[in-house]
Design a protein around this ligand. Structure first.
Ligand code: BV8
Length: 244
């Protein structure tokens, strides 16, 4: 057991409020490509930041929908991995626990994590562009764009696109947790996308101990108190073991 794993475990053992931020890296071992991984197929010549925007959707909704439908199919084929399950377990091991995810795949929820804050929404839900509410689908003709069962308006994935605001409730709850926690875990994120990447900085400013779990260095690494270099699906179960 590395000294880092031992010190991370001792910090967690005496923690009062643990706030966790996860990114695409925690779902990598479930077979979902990260945002750093180049896009494949029809979308290989685009960066996610170019497709995950309202402008791209308005310009070519069919094309963007096909990208989301292919990602949705991938998500439905995958299972949570030991990293997801370890966090569901950790929630029951500390007095207060807040899980904020940038992932839209719903794998934390499927692993049994309670009260997951979906900071960037969820790819398995549709939102009506007219009523701006989560909506069901009208029976659609094959290949046609999905329409709202309520008003017939065009549907979009219920995710936060670049240039769009974070939903108010998860934003408020995540800010509160980052300000209040005494331990902040940053797992599987490149810490490049804001405002999510600012949560670790908020926690640091409030004296929290920051632990990063990532096989690669990130912009947060120099600021982290403990860095666990490796895959989350391997290190998080080891971390729980080390807490015993
Ligand atoms: C907004 C949903 C304004 C959609 C996503 C400040 C500075 C600079 C730029 C900005 C700034 N403030 C705002 C911006 C602009 C922008 C931004 O941050 N741009 C970046 C690119 C520089 N932010 C926004 O546009 C945000 N909105 O600012 O609105 C506003 C305000 C008020 C009112 C109106 C408007 C909205 C951002 C959200 C966009 N939506 N997703 C979809 O999924 O389709 S972001 C999306 O990309 C993900 O959700 C995630 O957040 C991000 C990808 O980052 P990561 O998850 O970290 O993944 P990544 O691939 O980068 O890295 C993976 C990591 O895992 C790596 O480090 C790797 O080493 C590691 N890893 C790999 N394998 C493993 C592993 N780790 C552990 N275990 C493993 N096995």
């Amino acid at each position: 057991m590395t000294t880092d794993l031992r010190s991370a475990a001792s910090v967690l053992r005496s923690a009062r409020h643990v706030c966790v931020l996860t990114g695409a890296g925690i779902s990598a071992e479930s077979g979902i490509p990260t945002f750093r991984d180049a896009l494949t197929g029809l979308w290989s010549r685009f960066k996610p930041e170019e497709l995950a925007t309202l402008e791209a959707f308005e310009r070519n909704p069919q094309f963007v929908w096909e990208w989301y439908e292919s990602r949705r199919a991938k998500v439905l084929q995958t299972q949570p991995n030991p990293g997801h399950y370890a966090l569901a377990e950790l929630a029951g091991r500390v007095p207060e626990f807040t899980l904020v995810t940038q992932n839209v795949d719903g794998l934390h929820q499927r692993a049994g994590s309670p009260g997951v804050l979906e900071y960037h929404g969820n790819i398995l839900r549709d939102r009506c562009m007219v009523e701006q509410v989560v909506a069901g689908r009208a029976p659609e003709a094959a290949g046609r764009l999905p329409r709202c069962a309520g008003c017939g308006g065009l549907l979009r994935p219920d995710v936060v696109w670049f240039g769009e605001a974070i939903p108010a409730e998860p934003m408020r709850a995540a800010d509160r947790a980052a300000n209040d926690c005494d331990v902040f875990l940053s797992i599987g994120t490149s810490s490049l996308v804001y405002p999510a990447a600012g949560l670790a900085e908020t926690a640091l400013r409030h004296g929290a101990t920051v632990i990063e779990v990532n096989p690669n260095a990130t912009d947060l690494s120099p600021l982290a108190d403990v860095t666990l270099r490796g895959p989350a699906g391997v290190l998080l179960p080891q971390l729980l073991e080390a807490m015993l």
